[in-house]
Design a protein around this ligand. Structure first.
Ligand SMILES: [Zn+2]
Length: 445
């Protein structure tokens, strides 16, 4: 019994100790239950820097074409999903009624002044700096189309790349001196080995080889392709002139490789020294769709003289659409019919290209063409280059490079552009705090 009583007393003590411990744990649990939601809310509230809410996302790489929220943290895409709670973000942008797309890639621009004021059509003072023209049109990446060659690419880096917030990439001209007038005709200055060597040295910036404006035989194209083969990069061709004109069919099927780019897709030179995708009469050449099937990339490259309705109307009516949309930005094009990337995209939209295809041709396709699959999409983890567009409905007019107008009822207008998560263009202040007499938040732009 005694031992039994002892046992019972011991048990009672132990029971009391256990009860105390249980109560203590319960008290802690209750306290935590009260505090936890606050802690969770605080943690969640800080996980997004910016939330673009309620916009219609078009992200062709990921087959997204629906209303979704896009959350950004640390300069990267953090979430793309429906109904992301506004409480998770420090700043919320209402994008309802707007289109949200990856930041645009303009595959063909001229942004290198060089040092020769008498320099040619593009390298010289016909070029423009990228930042004043890119963000306001939704563009976050530009690709200079051969303004520099291997001899002056370091100058291009010092002059343009280092001073631009726009992501700058480049096609390296097969001409060592780049696109500087008379040098473009100098076959002696076309060195595939040196071009490929410099392309590899600047692999982070150089995404292809360019040949342009060459008047003569196949030398420029073939040397550019040779450099492209050595550097394992695509070639962009601005097909030059010849008398009689070189056959375009031979360019597409005998000289270029699948993945090479034919820019100025809707240029037209009736009776001139250069064949176009349409006959002089305007009829689409039968081999052109076959060349596109073969993998030749057709790029708009609108420019000051390379987009004519006499080619674009019949070609698009025959079902021939570009793979990529680009501007050929320089001072001769931006105040004429071309204007900017959003205007060229709107022009294609008005000609009947579906909106999703217009966005694809300005984002995911050019990213693939230049072998930069990390660009042109809204993958979670991708650098947050984002464009937000208003698709306006009104009476608009679109001018081609002949100065002819075609009316349209739609126009894409860039409302908001983000580069690596930072607001770099905000047309109507949708990402900016409203001014108030009683005090203002920091805009943080
Ligand atoms: Zn050009």
């Amino acid at each position: 019994m005694l031992s039994g009583e002892m046992f019972d007393r011991k048990s009672a003590h132990r029971f009391r100790d256990i009860l105390k411990a249980v109560l203590s744990v319960m008290r802690t649990a209750i306290a935590l239950a009260v505090i936890m939601p606050g802690i969770t809310a605080m943690a969640v509230a800080q996980d997004l820097d910016l939330l673009i809410k309620g916009g219609h996302v078009i992200d062709p790489k990921n087959n997204r074409n629906e209303v979704l929220d896009v959350g950004i943290a640390d300069g990267k895409i953090a979430v793309v999903a429906p109904n992301v709670p506004a409480s998770r973000a420090q700043k919320v942008v209402d994008a309802s009624g707007l289109y949200v797309t990856p930041g645009l890639i303009d595959l063909h621009v001229h942004i290198f002044n060089g040092t020769d004021p008498e320099g040619g059509y593009s390298n010289g003072f016909s070029s423009v700096p990228p930042d004043p023209f890119s963000f306001r049109a939704g563009v976050t990446t530009v690709v200079d189309a051969g303004s520099a060659g291997w001899k002056n690419f370091n100058q291009f880096v010092a002059q343009t790349v280092k001073h631009s917030r726009t992501r700058v990439l480049a096609f390296l001209n097969i001409v060592g001196s780049g696109m500087s007038g008379i040098h473009e005709q100098n076959v002696e200055d076309m060195n595939p080995k040196m071009t490929a060597l410099v392309a590899r040295r600047y692999a982070d910036l150089i995404v292809g080889i360019k040949t342009a404006h060459f008047n003569g035989g196949w030398e420029a194209v073939d040397k550019a392709v040779e450099a492209g083969r050595l550097a394992e990069l695509p070639v962009m061709v601005d097909f030059g002139g010849s008398n009689p004109p070189l056959p375009l069919e031979a360019l597409f099927f005998e000289h270029l490789r699948p993945g090479d780019i034919y820019t100025h897709a809707y240029a037209h030179f009736p009776g001139g020294s250069r064949e176009a995708v349409v006959e002089d009469s305007g009829e689409l050449r039968a081999f052109v769709p076959k060349a596109q099937e073969r993998g030749i990339v057709f790029d708009v490259g609108h420019g000051g003289g390379s987009f004519r309705y006499s080619a674009a109307m019949p070609a698009t009516k025959a079902g021939f659409w570009p793979n990529t949309i680009s501007t050929d930005l320089h001072i001769g094009s931006m105040n004429a019919g071309m204007k900017d990337m959003a205007n060229v995209m709107s022009k294609m939209l008005v000609l009947g290209m579906p909106l999703e295809d217009v966005i694809r041709a300005s984002t995911w396709t050019p990213a693939q063409v230049i072998h930069r699959p990390e660009l042109g999409n809204l993958d979670v983890g991708a650098e947050a280059d984002v464009a937000v567009f208003n698709l306006r409905e009104d009476d608009f007019g679109y001018v081609d490079s002949d100065g002819n107008m075609w009316p349209g009822s739609q126009k894409l207008e860039a409302e908001l552009t983000l580069r690596a998560g930072r607001v770099v263009w905000d047309l109507n202040g949708i990402a900016s705090p409203r001014w108030s007499e009683s005090g203002n938040e920091q805009a943080g732009l």
